[in-house]
Design a protein around this ligand. Structure first.
Ligand SMILES: [Zn+2]
Length: 245
């Protein structure tokens, strides 16, 4: 699975402003993961200025709630044990579907193992802020950031080339993202998700129309005209949808 699921508290912007802000913020998160978590922290292939390091750490806390030590330990173990039974997320061992669809659960399970963190997590930040704020209240950044005005999903399943299968997979991901949005959005919030060419399916659209005032398909200017990328944008979250069930 590529991409991620994020939530943001953004300014009150017109829909295209939300989309532009979402893309900009997502991009910073992607840079934080590749440069800071992956190259700098996990592989020590890159030295970052302490201020830059700290900015990325703060940013990841605010936008993802990920703990540096956990991400680094799971990733290093993946390299050390690649494609064996001990690889935390090996498509060879647990099957491509579990890695694609259950990647988050495989990650959580591995990150919960103290021995993995002890063995593969060394050298990661362990200062006061890490112990007392970032790791201890790892969800608080999301809460601060996310008096959630917008949930953005850029999750994409790897395509098989079989149209029907690909479409089902995409719809499955959008449904997960939409359910997440319904949990965390505040009333009036927006949801944006990648859906590709065929758009969201009828059942999903009906669900979104129950939860949101306006639902439409959009293709941002940043997306190549010839690509199959399309987004479903739902604005005006009605809130408290859960109570209606
Ligand atoms: Zn790596």
């Amino acid at each position: 699975m590529s991409g991620d699921l994020f939530l943001y508290g953004v300014l009150h912007l017109p829909w295209w402003g939300d989309v532009a802000a979402a893309f900009a913020l997502t991009h910073v998160t992607i840079v934080a993961v590749t440069l800071f978590l992956h190259r700098c922290q996990a592989h020590r292939a890159l030295e970052l200025h302490p201020a830059a390091s700290h900015f990325f750490r703060l940013w990841l806390w605010l936008t993802t709630g990920m703990k540096t030590r956990e991400w680094v330990a799971v990733h290093r173990k993946h390299h050390a044990r690649v494609e064996t039974a001990e690889d935390p997320h090996s498509p060879q061992v647990v099957g491509i579907h579990r890695v694609l669809w259950g990647g988050v659960f495989l990650y959580r399970r591995e990150a919960a193992r103290a021995e993995t963190l002890a063995r593969y997590g060394e050298g990661t930040p362990d200062d006061w802020l890490e112990r007392h704020v970032y790791s201890r209240f790892f969800y608080l950044g999301l809460v601060l950031m996310g008096l959630a005005d917008l949930v953005l999903s850029d999750m994409a399943a790897n395509t098989t080339g079989h149209r029907k299968t690909d479409q089902l997979r995409i719809v499955g991901l959008v449904e997960i993202a939409a359910a997440f949005a319904a949990e965390v959005l505040k009333p009036g919030g927006a949801f944006l998700s990648k859906v590709f060419q065929s758009g969201a399916d009828a059942e999903l659209l009906a669900q979104l129309k129950r939860d949101f005032a306006v639902v439409k398909h959009v293709k941002p200017a940043a997306s190549r005209q010839d690509s199959a990328e399309r987004y479903v944008l739902a604005t005006g979250f009605r809130g408290a949808a859960k109570d209606g069930l």
